[in-house]
Design a protein around this ligand. Structure first.
Ligand code: C5P
Length: 305
């Protein structure tokens, strides 16, 4: 099977106090959209085995582990343990989504494997159980099981479909050349005294559902509603990311937003033409810049090879 694993952008990310939970995680409230590019690619081969399960992962990026530390390994392992009959699984992972960028690459890869295996085994695992399995692998894995924009709550395991069709969004994505570890970003956030969690998800989703807002273009509506609680603290802790953010603001993006816990930065564009203009202005500043769109018909395809 050939799979594409898209990236995600948290258009809003409200993060609540760690003390709300007993497991050390934070409750979040986030509006998440998947973008078809950049996407990772996976080739998955499944064969019945005579004796016991075997899982082999290979990856084009030699810096990434291919053992139990890799989320695709964990996804295959979790699924096979559930099936309870022996199989050989080989996964060849081609990474295009930068790591430690806040784009959910590893989580998307894991979700793609879960969906592919569940397809192969005729949906043997029920959706609720598959979501629980995904959540045990990582907080961002469940959202990638949904093949559409979603509201994400809890520590990432509560996934809600939305009541409206989101038009295609265009933008640019910049990788500032450094990564941010998610636990470190949460630690920096926790260190802020008397921090007030955002309320942007609730507000933005209410506006998107409100038919009276329709005369405003979607990108203009989003430009005033996008928000990420990580943004101020990560920009303060990482001056290079703050500099990249500032450059994208001055290039004229409708809104410039840190992706998840960082380090990638999203610049919202009005349309494809505007995204192209942003790229023209920004190429002298960044070696890694790409046009992204929330529409990609092939993004979730599983093809037999
Ligand atoms: O679940 P995942 O392994 O992706 O989380 C990585 C780390 O990010 C956790 O160990 C935790 O420190 C932090 N985290 C959190 N609250 C969340 C998600 C992640 O504190 N909702």
């Amino acid at each position: 099977m050939f799979l594409r694993a898209p990236c995600k952008i948290n258009l809003t990310l409200d993060i609540f106090d760690k003390m709300e939970r007993t497991d050390g995680y934070h409750n979040i409230d986030s509006f998440v959209v998947q973008f078809g590019e950049p996407a990772d690619e996976l080739r998955v081969h499944i064969k019945p085995a005579s004796d016991k399960n075997s899982i082999k992962v290979t990856c084009n990026d030699s810096r990434l582990p291919v053992d139990t530390r890799n989320l695709v390994y964990r996804a295959a392992d979790a699924y096979l343990r559930h099936i309870d009959s022996p199989f050989n699984i080989e996964i060849d992972l081609y990474k295009r989504i930068p790591t430690e960028a806040g784009l959910g690459g590893g989580s998307s890869d894991a979700a793609a494997v879960l969906r592919a295996l569940n397809n192969y085994f005729n949906q043997k695992v029920e959706p609720l159980e598959l979501t629980a399995m995904a959540a045990r692998i990582g907080s961002d894995v469940p959202l990638f099981l949904a093949e559409k924009p979603v509201r994400v709550r809890g520590r990432g395991e509560i996934i809600e479909s939305l009541d409206f069709e989101l038009p295609v969004l265009w933008g640019i994505l910049v990788h500032p050349g450094i990564g941010v570890s998610t636990p470190h970003a949460y630690a920096v956030l926790d260190a802020v005294p008397n921090r007030q969690p955002g309320t942007s998800t609730e507000r933005l989703l209410a506006r998107l559902c409100d038919k009276k807002e329709i005369p405003i273009s979607i990108s203009e509506l989003l430009a005033t509603g996008l928000s990420n609680d990580f943004e101020p603290v990560v920009l303060t802790a990482y001056p290079d990311i703050a500099k990249a953010h500032e450059i994208i603001v001055s290039a004229g993006a409708l809104r410039t937003l840190l992706c998840g816990s960082g380090s990638a930065i999203f610049g919202l564009a009005r349309d494809l033409q505007h995204a192209n203009q942003l790229v023209d202005i920004l190429t002298i500043h960044f070696s890694s810049i790409m046009i992204v769109s929330s529409s990609c018909p092939d993004a979730f395809n599983i093809k037999q090879i």
